[in-house]
Each structure stands twice: as C-alpha cells, then as structure tokens.
Design a protein around this ligand. Structure first.
Ligand code: PRP
Length: 208
C-alpha cells in the first residue's frame, strides 16, 4: 500500500498538529519533537511527512506531492489553491485584523497597507470600497506603521501581545482563523479509505 504523504506547517501550528495526530492514535517518532529534518518517514504508520513553510502547504497539496496537509485558513484564503478542505481542526485560533497606530486616520489620498496577505487585504479593502496600495512584507509587519512605511497593517492577531508591545491598536476584525485538514482532489479519490479514516480519527479528537 502506498504511503500517505502529509504536508505539515513548520512553526506555530506544528506542535498543536502533532499533539492532535498523537491523540488520534498515530504513533509518531521522537524526531517530531526536535529535528531539522524536512522529510520524516514513519513506516510503522505508512506515513511520510513533509515539513513546509505554512504558506507553501496548499501548494504542495495542489500539486499532489503531498496527498493531504494541514494549513491555516489564513493561508487558504490567501493562496486560493485547488484543494479540498476536509476538516476544521479547531487548533491555532487567531484572526486577521486591520491595525495601526492609535488615534490615526488613514491617508485620504493614497492609504498604504503592509501585509503578508496581499490578496486577502486587497479583497477586504475592495469590499469596503476603499482604494489602497498594498505593500507586501514577509514578517515583522508591525514595524511598518511605526517607521512610517504604511498607514495600517493587515496581520494575524493571536494573543494580541505583538500589537500591544509595539504600541499598535486594532481597527477592524476581518476573519477568524483556525487550521484545516486539506487534500489533493486526485489523492482524495485514489486514497479515499486512508484519507477518510484519518479525517474520522481527527474529527473524533476535535469533538473531544
Ligand atoms: C505572527 C503575526 C503577528 C504575531 C501575532 O507573526 O504576524 O506578528 O504572530 O501574535 P500575537 O498576537 O500572539 O502577538 P509570527 O510570529 O508568525 O512572525 P512574523 O513576524 O514572521 O510574521
């Protein structure tokens, strides 16, 4: 039987996702807790894990090099990849928000927004009927208004600590985010039994 390949997001979601898989009864080796390996084979479970940058998980799954994956809803909204969303894992709760320096108005003529999520940010401001210039950054987004690069940011808020410690405030809550189990449509058909078994086992953990 062909092994099932899972794209896992490195970073914040990773630990919670591993705990969840373990709770679902998957026997994962200690390598998962402390390793720099990018591919981890688990022959006992007939599983293979690809450890990816969170934003790249839907790309691997869309191209079929991973059969399934775990991706934040933020990444799904930004990337709009052709993949199936199988299950809300209800982990890594956070939300996307518009934030900026307190008591400031956006520049009326050419407001600028810094974000790691240019597609989500453009559609949000388009829906609000506001014309903005999006400046794509790859991290430390909160710096942008402080150093005068942009009027606002669109970024993830989890505990709110980063905003607070950098003297920023939230202006609008855009959308709640959790992590999702996703699948490549062809794999979903060809490996249906294995994928739905995993979905069912994870769903039981989600529902406690
Ligand atoms: C994310 C996000 C915020 C922060 C929010 O950044 O972009 O900066 O976490 O979390 P908080 O509300 O709990 O403070 P991340 O740590 O992923 O790093 P980044 O700067 O590379 O985006």
């Amino acid at each position: 039987m062909k092994e099932l390949t899972i794209a896992m997001p490195k970073g914040r979601i990773f630990e919670e996702a591993v705990v969840m898989l373990k709770e679902a009864g998957y026997n994962l080796p200690p390598e998962f807790d402390d390793s720099r390996k990018l591919i981890i084979e688990v022959p006992e479970e007939n599983l293979r894990f690809i450890l990816a940058k969170p934003m790249d998980v839907p790309t691997y799954v869309e191209h079929g090099v991973a059969d399934i994956g775990i991706a934040g809803k933020d990444v799904m909204l930004e990337e709009e990849r052709h993949v199936y969303e199988l299950l809300d894992l209800k982990i890594s709760h956070c939300y996307l928000a518009v934030a900026g320096l307190p008591d400031t108005e956006m520049n009326e003529v050419a407001p600028r927004i810094a974000t790691k999520y240019p597609n989500v940010a453009s559609s949000y401001f388009r829906e609000q009927g506001e014309q903005v210039e999006i400046i794509k950054l790859n991290g430390s987004i909160e710096i942008a208004p402080i150093i005068g690069l942009t009027d606002r940011i669109v970024d993830i808020v989890s505990t709110g600590r980063t905003l607070k410690e950098n003297g920023l405030v939230e202006y609008k809550h855009i959308v709640d985010i959790t992590s999702r189990l996703i699948a490549n449509p062809v794999s979903y058909r060809l490996m249906h039994d294995r994928i739905s078994e995993m979905t069912d086992r994870l769903e039981k953990v989600v529902n406690g």
